[in-house]
Every structure is written in structure tokens, then in C-alpha cells.
Design a protein around this ligand. Structure first.
Ligand SMILES: Cc1cc2nc3c(=O)[nH]c(=O)nc-3n(C[C@H](O)[C@H](O)[C@H](O)COP(=O)(O)OP(=O)(O)OC[C@H]3O[C@@H](n4cnc5c(N)ncnc54)[C@H](O)[C@@H]3O)c2cc1C
Length: 805
């Protein structure tokens, strides 16, 4: 066994083997994989081997498409069979909401180049004859769906990796991972110690235990899962061709042909977590005992949908565990808080996602960043400091149960809530707050304060029943004054003698003078957007940064990776709370609450002042695009600050407003939002953020060369706004833009401007087309909606209200 290696991959399931292969494919050959038993000795060996492209997250769907297309390449490269059955598959819809979801997915697939299609009951009958289509409205047909041989595929990855120079040690158990002061690792096994520059945790069922060896917690949990293989069924083996896959979300089942019979698996509601207190090390090639009770209802439903099953005998039952993260997506990337330690775990669909996970991780390790936005599977999307096993378990159970449920754009999932709350939680609840959750934190979506305003927002693809409450809150902001918390901003304190120098290197924009704010993009070395920040200069040695709350671990990891001497960094997201007030009366309210003269406080000024009894940091800026102030304080004093502002606000028509109103208000000014308009998928020039880059500053900021290159040769696409002739459904994100029957771009986000009474979309289209008045069609839930490119903001176009004194 080698005693040194550039990368030690722990775990020889399909994911570890894919990572190993992709590392060699991208150029690193001094890599090894360590497996405690034979390859496939975790979840991998008992998988049903099905693969699909369908995924609510567009980047995940693209990676699933990559994985599926990779298998042929792997077979050609290695001469080994992956046992591929590209039989296609249908996902059924038995009600309008499910059908809406499939229509939305089909629309996304158009610009992703995936050849899916919507089919009706008659066609379903022809494609998948064992299906009883009673009550079925339609289905999404995907020709890429299929299944493979899990063991053959894993060994093909392993062979391809070996061909690229990798070594694989089986029957070698990792028992410790110890970091040296230089950031490299001693990987201690029962056969000796390996000194590795990087460690990859691909421990699958044991990924939690492997992570613990490095002193970190990975939010994942194993769940039991069961599928049944039937005896031969004449209707199947007499078909003449292989029966395709059928996903039946109503029955929470997936079905496919296996030999001369069928195989059907269930995501049953009475599901069970497995190995809550840790995966036993002696678990391996055994299965869990059959459990028909758990799937009794699911089987009864399946008999109705697939009547041939009722008389089919059972050949075998496969019941085994596999792992899930709280949202069902993998946990990939550099583990926050550790150096040179990478996760490739929590992969619940290894045969749909394993290839994409391997590719992304190898790019990240070798090239420093991935080619596309990986946030949906980034291990940093969960806060390392806040997420606990007690949170993960109910979330994982919820995710398993909702595996086949409709995923609505406005849905707030109930498990493990409320978890993290601010001092305002009870006060706001008493005022009718309807809560959502971000990064474990309760955030008010809107307030049900008037008759008929629902205390629960019904999930929908169309305009929701929170429409009127949102309209009322928008009206209050635009015509009087609104108040909301600032708890869901990520906040950071940067201090020290080199703070300004460091910020100039990390941020692409101008770093403001004392007492001022600036907006700045943060770029990756390749010029991709990895943050949009507000920087506040409190003194030459003290700066506050604000950005997306959900990106805290992502941003913290980046700051730590790029730290310098003479700079201190602190994540103060939950240590500084407070409120934002916005609207024409906002100045009057603040002026009445402080003895500080704010009459000369300009747009983008920041000042310390006492508001009521509370020392606050006040910034004149607002994401609503209105006259507004963000008022930050110590959370211990937040309630006092609330009563000061609220009591004074009553004379000025103050009303609380939530995130639904905020997202409508920002559309009036075409303000982008993080992970919609601004994400690592896009560059500053594409999204209009280049106007905040300071090319004048004498600093080689990260991403400068790429940004300069884009300045010299502008990118092919540009972010624009459209007014949409929508009906009762607005753009959510990723809807295709059509001109003359051709897809020319896609929406990044959209919604309804309650201020202007218009449906608005933001979209990326070819730069040469981006002219005011351009007419396009946007496909929303299967309907082509006319849309016109607009360049003039809907509210305060000259900025007089936002900037004026
Ligand atoms: C019943 C069932 C059906 C499924 N059907 C499908 C399907 O149809 N399609 C699909 O895509 N997915 C399916 N899955 C899920 C799929 O099995 C997993 O997504 C996949 O196997 C995860 O692979 P992995 O490599 O991450 O983990 P694992 O397969 O668990 O591999 C982890 C490996 O790491 C090794 N290891 C752990 N700790 C150490 C250590 N300390 N030292 C050395 N080695 C270590 C283990 O021995 C193991 O071999 C199914 C799962 C189940 C249970």
C-alpha cells in the first residue's frame, strides 16, 4: 500500500469510485481509494439501479443528465458493461397541481437541451401498457430514463480510474483522520497510515462516522427503503420490447421491468430512519428483514395503478438503508471549518447523480471552482454551527415522505420548525405572521392581519392566496411606511489594520470611505459571481458586510480560505439584528425616534446613533428601492427597538411587511436576488453587476483578469426585465423565452409587481437582442405568454425618492 498520496478517497461505493475516476480524468493520477470491504459494500450493492433526469433544481437536473450520458463513455473506455437499459420513463400526473409541476419541468428542459415531452393518457397506455390511466391527466416522458447494473457500473468507474493511474485498496478500514499543522492529513487505517494532501469523505452509509473522525458533523441520515421483484408476468415477457419506467407520484412508487417480471419500489409514508445513533461497522452485505406492513397501503395503491401486480408472485424483496441530507440533495465540496477535507456524501440517488457529483468535486479540487453553480448540493448550504442531528432527523424523514410530492415554489415545509427564532417571534406571531424558513431561521413571509387573509399560504404554482395580504403590505411601503426585520441578512465584521486592503482584494467593487456604504460583487478567480455585498465602513479598521443569510457557511468558507495577516473576520449574522423601515414616511419615523439629526443623512450613509434606548447602526439603504433605513442593534435590545419604532410608526401608517412583499417591491426596480439573478452560474457583466466593479482601483482583486476580459469582449447574454402578459401564474424561474418558435433564453426570476399591477420577469437573453420593446413569449405552465422588454423601472425611475433628501 502507498504511504503517500495526493488524494485519499474514503469509500468504494458508486460515489467514491466516480470521484476517483473524475480526479484522474481531470489530470490527477496520484490518487487512491480506501475501502473497508469489497467495492459496493454500502448502499450501492442493493440499489435498484434506476436513473432519471427529473430534479426540481435545474443544476441538479443538468448533472443528472451528465451522469446518464456518461455511462456509454465509461463502457467504451473500459470495455466493461454497465448493464444499461435505456428504456425511457413516464412520470404520471393525476391532478392539476402535479401536471403543473411536470409542465414547469418540461419548460425548463427546453433550454437545457433535454428531450422530454408531455404525453396524454392514450400515449401513456401505448408507452407503458401495464398502467391503468384512469384519472391520469398526463405524464412527462423522458427518453433518458433507465436502469443499470449497480455493481458493474461501480467496477467500471473503478477500472477507468485505475486506467488513469489511481490505486484502490480494498479490505482496508480507515480508523482515524488526523490533520497536520500544514493542512495535510494522516489517514490511519488498519493496514497502516497514509499521508494525504486531501481527504474525500465518500463514506456513504458511514459518512457521519467518517466525518466525526475529522471532528465535523455532516447533516445526513440513513433511511430504510424497500423494493419488490416479481415472478415472471406474461404481459411483460410477451411484450416484445422492454417495459419503460413508470413513476407514479400519487402512489409514491417507481416501477420498471426486471428480467421477465417487474420491480416496484416505494417511498412510503410510514417510513423508518435507520441506525439513528450511528451505522454499525459490521453492517455490509446483509439486508434488512422484509417489512410488508410498512408498505401495505402503497401496495394496495399499486394494485390499482398496475393491475398485473395483483396476481404476480414475489420473487425477492430488497430492503436496505441509504442516506439523505435534509433536502435530499448531496453534500459535496470543501467541508466548512476544515482545510483540504472534501465531502462526497449524502447521495441518495447514486446512479442518477454519482457522475455529476464526481465531476463537480474533481473540478473543485483541481481547478479551484466548478463550471456551474453547485449551491444546491454544496455541503455549505447548511450552517455547520447551527444544524444538529436533532434537526437533521425529522427533516430527512420529511424529505423521504415528500420524495414524490409536488414541490411548489412557495411551499414552506413544516418539519423541525420553529427552530431558530429572533426575539420578535412571539410578537410577530401575535400580529398574524405567516412564517417561512431560511437556513433554519424563521422569517415572516407575510402578515395575515385582515379578514380573509389566510394564516397558512396554500402551496401553488399560480398566484397564491397570500396575494391580497402581500398587496396590502406593498401598498403600505409605497404609500406610508413598512417595517420588517433584518435578521435574514448574513452579516460579517471585518476588523484590523489590514481590513481595507483585504476587502479591496476580496471584493471587486469600491470599498467606501468612513460613514459610507457601497455595493460590490464578490468574484471567483474565473469571474463568476460568488456574492453581492453591501460594505459599510464604520472606521478605517472596522467594516460591516451584509449579504444573503443562507450563504453564511458558503461565504465564511471563502473568507477563511482567503484570510490575510492583520485582518479579523467574525460572522455576526445572529449577533446583530434589528429592523428595516421603508416608504415615504420612513424618515419621519426614524427622526422621531432618535435625538441624532438625520436630515443630512444621504443615501448610502451609515451612522451610529441611539434609537429609543438602543445603540444602533443605521444605514440609509433599502432593498425595497424606496426611501429606507436598516437599523441594526444587539438582539438583547431588539424588542425595545421594536416598540420604539412601532409605537412611533402608528402615526405614520406603519405596517409590518414580509418577504413576499419584499420580493414584489424589489421587482419594481429590477433588483436582482441572490441565487436567482446573481449566482456562480453568471458573471458580473452578464447580470449588470459589472457597474459596481471598480476597475480604477489599484488592486489585483480576485477575478480581475476575468472581469477585464469581459469588459473588452462583452458576454453573449444579458439580464433584462420583461413585462409579461400573464394570467394567474407569474414567472418563478427558469421558464424558457421564445422568439418565433425558438428558445433564445430563460427567466431567472419573476413575480407580480403589486405597486404597478404588472407581472414582471427577469431573464437572460442574447445581448444583441436586448433592446427596449423586444417582443417575446414566455412559457408559463405550458402556456405561451406575450412579454415585452422594458428598461424603465416601474417605481421611482429617477431614484428621487430612494436617493432624495
Ligand atoms: C433499496 C435501495 C434501492 C435503491 N435504488 C436506487 C436506484 O434505483 N437508483 C439510484 O440512483 N439509487 C438508488 N439507491 C441509492 C443508492 O444505493 C445510493 O445513492 C448509493 O449507493 C450511494 O453510494 P455511496 O458511494 O455514496 O455510498 P455507499 O454505497 O454506502 O458506499 C460507501 C462505501 O464506503 C465504505 N466505507 C465507509 N467507511 C469506511 C471507512 N472508514 N474505511 C473504508 N471504507 C469505508 C463502505 O464500506 C462503502 O463501501 C437505492 C438504495 C436502496 C437502499
Amino acid at each position: 500500500m502507498k504511504s503517500t498520496t495526493r488524494v485519499a478517497v474514503i469509500g468504494g461505493g458508486v460515489v467514491g469510485c466516480s470521484v476517483l475516476y473524475h480526479l484522474t480524468k481531470l489530470g490527477w493520477s496520484d490518487v487512491m481509494l480506501i475501502e473497508r470491504s469489497e467495492l459496493t459494500s454500502g448502499s450501492t450493492w442493493h440499489a435498484a439501479g434506476g436513473f432519471h433526469t427529473l430534479n426540481g433544481d435545474t443544476n441538479m437536473a443538468a448533472l443528472q443528465g451528465y451522469t446518464i450520458k456518461l455511462y456509454k463513455e465509461l463502457e467504451e473506455l473500459t470495455g466493461m458493461s454497465c448493464g444499461l437499459h435505456h428504456v425511457g420513463g413516464v412520470t404520471l400526473a393525476d391532478n392539476q397541481e402535479r401536471f403543473d409541476m411536470l409542465l414547469a419541468e418540461r419548460a425548463k428542459h427546453r433550454y437545457m437541451g433535454l428531450e422530454t415531452e408531455i404525453v396524454g393518457p392514450e400515449e401513456i397506455k401505448k408507452i407503458a401498457p401495464v398502467t391503468n390511466t384512469d384519472g391520469i391527466l398526463g405524464a412527462l416522458y423522458d427518453p433518458l430514463d433507465g436502469h443499470l447494473d449497480p455493481s458493474g457500473t461501480t467496477h467500471a468507474y473503478a477500472k477507468a480510474a485505475r486506467m488513469g493511474g489511481a490505486t484502490i485498496e480494498t479490505h482496508t478500514k480507515v480508523i482515524e483522520t488526523n490533520q497536520r499543522p500544514d493542512g495535510t492529513w494522516d489517514v490511519v487505517t488498519d493496514k497502516g497510515t497514509i499521508h494525504a494532501e486531501h481527504v474525500v469523505n465518500a463514506g456513504g452509509l458511514w459518512a457521519r462516522e467518517v466525518a466525526e473522525m475529522a471532528g465535523v458533523y455532516l447533516p445526513l441520515h440513513p433511511m430504510e427503503h424497500q423494493y419488490i421483484v416479481t415472478d415472471d408476468i406474461p404481459e411483460i415477457y410477451e411484450m416484445g420490447s422492454e417495459h419503460p419506467h413508470v413513476m407514479d407520484p400519487a402512489g409514491e412508487s417507481y416501477l420498471r421491468q426486471e428480467g421477465r417480471g417487474l420491480c416496484i419500489g416505494f417511498y412510503e409514508q410510514p417510513c423508518r430512519p435507520w441506525a439513528v445513533d450511528g451505522t454499525p461497522w459490521d453492517f455490509g452485505h446483509e439486508l434488512l428483514p422484509d417489512d410488508y406492513d410498512k408498505i401495505e397501503d402503497s401496495i394496495a395503491f399499486a394494485y390499482k395503478r398496475f393491475p398485473v401486480l395483483e396476481t404476480a408472485g414475489i420473487k425477492s424483496v430488497i430492503h436496505g438503508p441509504f442516506t439523505f441530507a435534509p433536502d435530499g440533495n448531496p453534500l459535496v465540496g470543501p467541508v466548512p471549518g476544515l482545510r483540504n477535507y472534501w465531502s462526497a456524501s449524502g447521495v441518495m440517488a447514486g446512479f442518477s447523480q454519482g457522475g455529476g457529483v464526481g465531476l463537480m468535486l474533481a473540478q473543485w479540487m483541481i481547478e479551484g471552482e466548478t463550471e456551474r453553480d453547485t449551491f444546491a448540493m454544496d455541503v455549505a448550504r447548511f450552517g455547520q454551527d447551527v444544524i444538529t442531528p436533532g434537526y437533521t432527523l425529522p427533516k430527512v424523514i420529511e424529505n423521504y415522505q415528500k420524495r414524490f410530492s409536488v414541490a411548489y415554489p412557495n411551499e414552506e415545509l413544516p418539519a423541525a420548525r420553529p427552530f431558530r427564532t429572533t426575539p420578535m417571534y412571539d410578537t410577530f406571531s401575535d400580529m398574524g405572521a405567516v412564517w417561512g424558513q431560511q437556513f433554519g431561521l424563521e422569517v415572516a413571509n407575510y402578515f395575515a392581519r385582515e379578514d380573509g387573509e389566510p394564516s397558512y399560504e396554500t402551496p401553488s404554482f399560480r398566484r397564491s392566496d397570500a396575494f391580497n395580504a402581500t398587496a396590502r403590505e406593498v401598498h403600505a411601503v409605497r404609500h406610508a411606511v413598512g417595517i420588517n426585520e433584518v435578521h435574514n441578512f448574513g452579516k460579517y465584521l471585518i476588523t484590523g489594520p489590514n481590513a481595507r486592503t483585504w476587502l479591496n482584494r476580496i471584493m471587486a467593487g469600491r470599498i467606501p470611505k468612513q460613514g459610507r456604504l457601497s455595493l460590490t460583487p464578490m468574484l471567483s478567480p474565473k469571474g463568476r459571481l460568488i456574492g453581492d455585498f453591501t460594505v459599510s465602513c464604520l472606521s478605517e479598521e472596522e467594516f460591516q458586510l451584509t449579504a444573503s443569510y443562507g450563504s453564511q457557511a458558503f461565504h465564511t468558507r471563502w473568507f477563511e480560505q482567503n484570510m490575510s495577516e492583520g485582518v479579523r473576520f467574525e460572522n455576526i449574522s445572529d449577533k446583530r439584528n434589528g429592523f428595516q423601515i421603508a416608504g415615504p414616511n420612513a424618515r419621519k419615523v426614524l427622526a422621531a425616534c432618535t435625538r441624532t439629526d438625520i436630515s443630512d443623512m444621504r443615501f448610502m450613509d451609515v451612522r451610529k446613533m441611539c434609537v429609543g434606548m438602543t445603540d444602533c447602526l443605521v444605514q440609509r439603504v433599502s432593498y425595497t428601492g424606496d426611501l429606507g433605513y436598516e437599523i441594526y442593534c444587539d438582539p438583547m435590545a431588539q424588542r425595545q427597538l421594536w416598540w420604539t419604532l412601532w409605537n412611533e410608526g402608528q402615526a405614520h401608517g406603519m405596517q409590518p411587511f414580509g418577504m413576499r412583499a419584499m420580493m414584489s417591491l424589489r421587482l419594481d426596480k429590477f433588483f436582482g436576488s441572490w441565487l436567482s439573478e446573481f449566482s456562480p452560474d453568471y458573471t458580473a457583466a452578464e447580470t449588470g453587476m459589472a457597474r459596481f466593479i471598480s476597475f480604477k482601483k489599484n488592486t489585483d482583486f480576485i477575478g480581475r483578469a476575468a472581469a477585464e476580459a469581459e469588459r473588452a469582449t462583452p458576454p453573449a447574454r444579458q439580464l433584462c426585465a420583461f413585462e409579461v402578459d400573464a394570467n394567474n401564474a407569474d414567472v418563478v424561474g427558469y421558464e424558457p423565452i421564445w422568439i418565433d418558435g425558438i428558445v433564445v433564453g430563460f427567466c431567472t426570476s419573476g413575480g407580480y409587481s403589486h405597486y404597478a399591477g404588472k407581472s414582471i420577469a427577469q431573464a437572460l437573453i442574447p445581448r444583441e437582442m436586448a433592446q427596449a420593446g423586444l417582443e417575446v413569449e414566455i412559457e408559463i405552465l405550458g402556456h405561451m405568454r406575450k412579454a415585452t422588454l422594458i428598461t424603465e423601472p416601474l417605481f421611482d425611475a429617477d431614484g428621487a425618492r430612494m436617493r432624495g433628501t
